[in-house]
Design a binder for this molecule. Structure first.
Ligand code: NAP
Length: 294
């Protein structure tokens, strides 16, 4: 088994970004990320705190904007308008999910695409699909970086993606479909409507599991030597842990670790890449601004 160590890759990329951020700052364009949290969901709060801490460590400017759960959609839209025209801000991140009285689509569409560092705006999604320069969504982009880091051949590979969400399944399938490197794969997307999941996973050279359900992929479903990318993050009850649960992915890691040629652990695989690619997009946005200003 070859473990794909997301922490190590993330740390390497962050070192490169730190240098770029310092150069940009010296030129008067310190990369800046605005993180907006509406409400007080504990999981969202801890994600937001992690993003802000990462910005500090890397020399990025971060603006922490926390608003009560009662914030109206109009108030949030006008906050986005302000951030869109603020020169200190190169990336705008609205932490999802939003309270149910706010239409997330309207909110995402209000972010100017040049600051859409999450890559969720329809313009960014469309450009990604067309293979044009844009901001790639962070988790799938992180997966691409991990495949690249290990020199895993994607051209001509049979890739099976399990899950079709807008933030993981659909974009990673699209990226690997592009006629470029890494990419050029033959991609199948599976979901709960798929009739015979195992018939697809069995012939895959690369499986990307993003179902959000433990043990979605077990050893009997995988061919010898397949590459396994586990995106899932699931809490399972565990009395031996102080917090009462442990984190597991979507694949049976223990059952698969000898059969797979490469496998990502959970935690420590795809997870550390997500925030790193957010910082990557923020630095890229500042770089684009700096180049345009010349
Ligand atoms: P999601 O929106 O809930 O989508 C899950 C997808 O998996 C859906 O398309 C669903 O099919 C499909 N699915 C569920 N059970 C299945 C099964 N038994 N067989 C086949 N397909 C199945 O989830 P998501 O946002 O993409 O996230 C997926 C997982 O990745 C979650 O555990 C999430 O926490 C994790 N995640 C991790 C990171 C990270 O940074 N590490 C980032 C994002 C997400 P239908 O469409 O038919 O319902």
């Amino acid at each position: 088994m070859n473990l794909i160590d997301g922490k190590a890759t993330a740390a390497r990329i962050r070192e490169e970004l730190k240098e770029k951020a310092a150069l940009l700052t010296a030129k008067g364009v310190q990369p800046g990320l605005a993180v907006v949290l509406i409400g007080d969901d504990p999981a969202s709060r801890s994600y937001v705190t992690a993003k802000e801490r990462a910005c500090d460590e890397m020399g990025l400017y971060s603006r922490d904007i926390r608003k009560p759960a009662e914030t109206t959609e109009e108030e949030l839209l006008s906050l986005i308008d302000e951030l869109n025209s603020d020169d200190a801000i190169h990336g705008i991140l609205i932490q999802l999910p939003l309270p149910s009285h706010i239409d997330s689509d309207r909110v995402i569409e209000r972010i100017i695409p040049t600051k859409d560092v999450d890559g969720f705006h329809p313009v960014s999604v469309g450009k990604m699909m067309l293979g044009q320069e844009t901001f790639l969504p962070c988790t799938p982009h992180g997966i691409i970086k991990l495949l690249e880091e290990k020199n895993i051949e994607t051209s001509g590979a049979e890739v099976v993606v399990v899950g079709r969400s807008n933030i993981v399944g659909k974009p990673i399938a699209n990226m690997l479909l592009q006629k470029c490197h890494p990419g050029n794969s033959t991609v199948t997307i599976c979901h709960t409507g798929t009739k015979d999941l195992i018939s697809h996973t069995k012939r895959a050279d690369i499986i990307i599991a993003a179902a959000g359900r433990p043990d979605t992929i077990t050893a009997d479903m995988v061919k010898e030597g397949a590459v396994i990318i586990d995106v899932g993050v699931n809490r399972v009850p565990d009395d031996t842990k102080k917090r009462g649960y442990r984190l597991v992915g979507d694949v049976d890691f223990e059952g698969l670790k000898e059969k797979a040629s490469y496998i990502t652990p959970v935690p420590g695989g795809v997870g550390p890449m997500t925030i790193t690619m957010l910082l990557y997009n923020t630095v890229l946005s500042a770089e684009r601004r700096s180049n345009n200003a010349l």
